[in-house]
Design a protein around this ligand. Structure first.
Ligand SMILES: [Zn+2]
Length: 298
């Protein structure tokens, strides 16, 4: 599952290629991917027709990320919302060369495009943008303007964006202290900070020296500050490294994400702690595997 650093890395890599390009045509092979965004989705052929009618002739003006959503803005004000979910991927190709590739790693897409997972194809003025998805939980939705998109996808219920100036220490402390929740659950919830998935929460708690099992209203001032700093540091580093997720994460420019090599706890249960050598413990929080050091984290 692509996490925030992978989606941000993909955004940054697509940006220099697709901005300013015109959409020449759009092909939709799997109608349900452009029909709606729920778990159970019916094919809506009117949505497909709208997609194929409204997009050709438009110029891409910017690409924005909100949590794990990508918003492709068109010059006229129209917007495309892309969510990769579990197994989605975007690849931008010029000639036969993959210029930008990111999201879920799909081996086949490195050799052959389109392939059986290519469900939406945008022909642009200089190249082709493929939306590929193995299990098809992702979506690419068309909106005539940003206001309509926002009336349906309530981004304002999301927590703070950790890579932006909006990530405020005082607000972060207040949100954690004001409710009694298990720390890991609170950080995964997306209502305080967005973009922290299972991997990054474990890494953040380790770096901050705080147990993910702690109850949030018992966290001390110094611990809250350490958690805040760890979130900023770890996510910034992960974006720089192209994200991690599972080993072999493919970056938008075709190289492999290398952040996985830097995981201190995730995927290392039973192995010695990098600081004190104590074997790392594996537990479950809300049925999510959680790895921490019983010595360094309290
Ligand atoms: Zn330790």
């Amino acid at each position: 599952m692509p996490e925030l650093p992978e989606v941000e890395s993909l955004r940054r890599s697509l940006e220099p290629y697709i901005i300013g390009q015109d959409i020449r045509s759009v092909l939709v092979y799997k109608p349900k991917l452009v029909s709606a965004h729920g778990t159970v989705r019916l094919e809506n052929l009117a949505k497909v027709a709208e997609f194929e009618r409204e997009l050709p002739g438009e110029t891409i003006s910017s690409i924005q990320r909100v949590a794990k959503n990508l918003l492709i803005h068109l010059q006229s004000g129209k917007v495309l919302l892309v969510h990769l979910k579990m197994t989605g991927q975007l690849v931008y190709q010029e000639g036969n060369e993959n210029k930008a590739l990111g999201g879920h790693p799909i081996q086949m897409s490195e050799q052959e495009l389109p392939n059986k997972h290519s469900h939406i194809i945008f022909r642009l003025s200089r190249g082709t943008l493929y939306y590929n998805d193995v299990r098809m939980f992702g979506y690419v939705l068309y909106y005539p303007n940003l206001m309509t998109l926002q009336s349906i996808h309530s981004f304002d219920q999301l927590g703070m964006e950790p890579l932006s100036d909006a990530f405020d220490l005082e607000l972060f402390k207040k949100e954690l202290k004001s409710r009694k929740r298990v720390l890991k659950t609170a950080l995964l919830s997306q209502d305080i900070v967005v973009g922290l998935g299972n991997i990054y929460v474990d890494e953040v708690c380790f770096r901050a020296g705080v147990s993910p099992h702690r109850v949030t209203n018992t966290l001390k001032e110094a611990e809250l500050v350490k958690l805040y700093e760890a979130i900023k540091m770890i996510l910034a580093r992960a974006v720089e490294q192209g994200g991690s997720s599972v080993a072999n994460y493919i970056m938008a420019d075709g190289s492999r994400g290398t952040y996985a090599r830097e995981h201190a706890v995730y995927g290392r249960a039973g192995k010695p702690c990098l600081i004190c050598k104590t074997p790392l413990e594996s537990t479950k929080i809300q049925s999510r595997t959680t790895v921490s050091c019983p010595q360094c984290q309290s």
